[in-house]
Design a binder for this molecule. Structure first.
Ligand code: PHB
Length: 401
């Protein structure tokens, strides 16, 4: 800065602002509250734009922007600008990536992420910095249990939610024993725990647990173990590119008919085109289906198709609802994020008419939502029934400070 810049008087600065406004230039000297409020809100997307979860990131990001565009480009009177960080679903880089968004890019809101391990590193920084964070996918249970915080919200699910109901579905089909297979990291482990809780509650027993290193997709030796052990059914959590390969390998190994495959709906969501015949007939549970056919869902799916020339999936719904939740908060404070308490209060009390159906939030800011049983039919996750209505996470250990 030159010395003369420091000598600028308030009067001449105000004159300069007036002149600049008249000529359409943007001057940031001495911002009045009105000018500060008119500045775009900075949204930091921290998502795995590359790797096995890349398609999930793309749909979360895309549908968030879709929602904002449908609202005329503004939420609570504020226009938005976006900063994107590719977290690569890599926990070892998560702290640096989150710090980049919070400290360097000075975003107002972090929207992220997909991978539970990355999420917990982000949760730590969100708690320390007080930055508003909206979780658009990752299910890490503790984010809305012991690590809950006033500035942390989730629009997706806790890992427990879509997995607990699977056991009952299996029992209703007459299965008494099951094996589990998943990637070895927080989401897989929490999913299996929730499934075992649900299956155990209806008298089922798990006779083997298989864990594949994340994000590897060499399933052959594991499938051989399933064939040898012959459980009544298999519970699997994989998603994105890994789910495509697993479902195809499972069918190719000849297991699909002899040992029915179940899981949370991530196994078949956003993946059906690539899975083809291998996925037909699979039963999964999730907070979304492709044919819920409520008016919000219809409008959402049509808008998504038009914008991206692709079908929406659960990840797109979660991105869309992240923007909707932020919109509720910003509306309540007329775009002034400094009124954080009022903003978070409104977000916690939000009742969102989501494409998934009614969406509200528990005291720990986790979704309360229907979990649907779906069957893959003609390349769609079709609605069978509500497997568990208005399911809330047990939310143990949450103490808002
Ligand atoms: C997670 O890591 O929490 C996770 C990732 C992908 C999914 C669901 C959960 O589809």
């Amino acid at each position: 800065m030159r010395k003369t810049d420091l000598l600028i008087t308030r009067r001449s600065a105000l004159k300069a602002v007036g002149g600049a406004a008249a000529t359409g230039l943007l001057v940031r000297a001495f911002p009045t509250p009105a000018i500060a409020q008119a500045a775009p809100l900075r949204i930091g997307f921290m998502l795995p734009y590359t790797g096995t979860y890349a398609s999930l990131a793309k749909n979360i990001d895309g549908a968030f922007r879709q929602y904002v565009e449908e609202k005329g480009g503004k939420l609570g009177g504020r226009s938005l600008e976006y900063v994107m960080v590719d977290d690569q679903a890599e926990p070892s880089k998560a702290t640096d990536n989150m710090n980049k968004l919070v400290d360097r890019d000075k975003v107002d809101v972090v929207v992220g992420t997909v991978h539970s391990g990355v999420q917990m590193a982000m949760v730590k920084i969100a708690r320390e910095s007080g930055k508003l964070m909206i979780i658009p996918n990752a299910g890490a249970d503790d984010a809305t249990r012991s690590a809950c915080a006033p500035n942390i919200f989730r629009t997706s699910f806790s890992n427990w939610q879509p997995c607990f109901p699977v056991g009952k579905v299996m029992a209703e089909k007459g299965h008494k024993t099951a094996m589990t297979i998943t990637w070895k990291y927080a989401a897989g482990e929490e999913d299996v725990r929730a499934f075992k809780e649900g299956f155990g509650a209806v008298g089922g027993s798990v006779i083997g647990e298989l864990y594949v290193p994340f994000p590897e997709v060499e399933f052959q030796s594991f499938l051989t173990q399933i064939a040898e052990k012959k459980p009544d059914a298999v519970f699997a959590f994989f998603a994105g590119g890994g789910a495509v390969k697993f479902v195809k390998d499972y069918a190719a190994a000849g297991l699909k008919k002899s040992v029915p495959l179940y899981g949370p709906g991530f196994l078949t969501d956003g993946t059906l085109q690539a899975q083809g015949e291998a996925a037909e007939g699979l039963l999964t549970t999730l907070h979304y289906a492709d044919d819920l056919d409520n008016p919000t869902d219809k409008k959402f799916r049509e808008g998504f198709k038009k914008k991206f020339n692709a079908d929406a999936d659960v990840y797109a719904v979660q991105g869309y609802d992240s923007a909707a939740l932020l919109g509720v908060g910003l509306e309540a404070v007329k775009g002034d994020m400094k009124a954080a308490d009022a903003m978070y209060k409104a977000m916690g009390a939000a009742k969102i008419d989501s494409p998934r159906g009614p969406l509200s939030f528990s005291a720990s800011h986790n979704p309360i939502q229907n979990i649907y049983l779906r069957e893959v039919k003609n390349g769609k996750n079709t609605f069978v029934k509500i497997a568990h209505a208005n399911l809330a996470d047990p939310g143990t250990g949450c103490k808002m400070s």
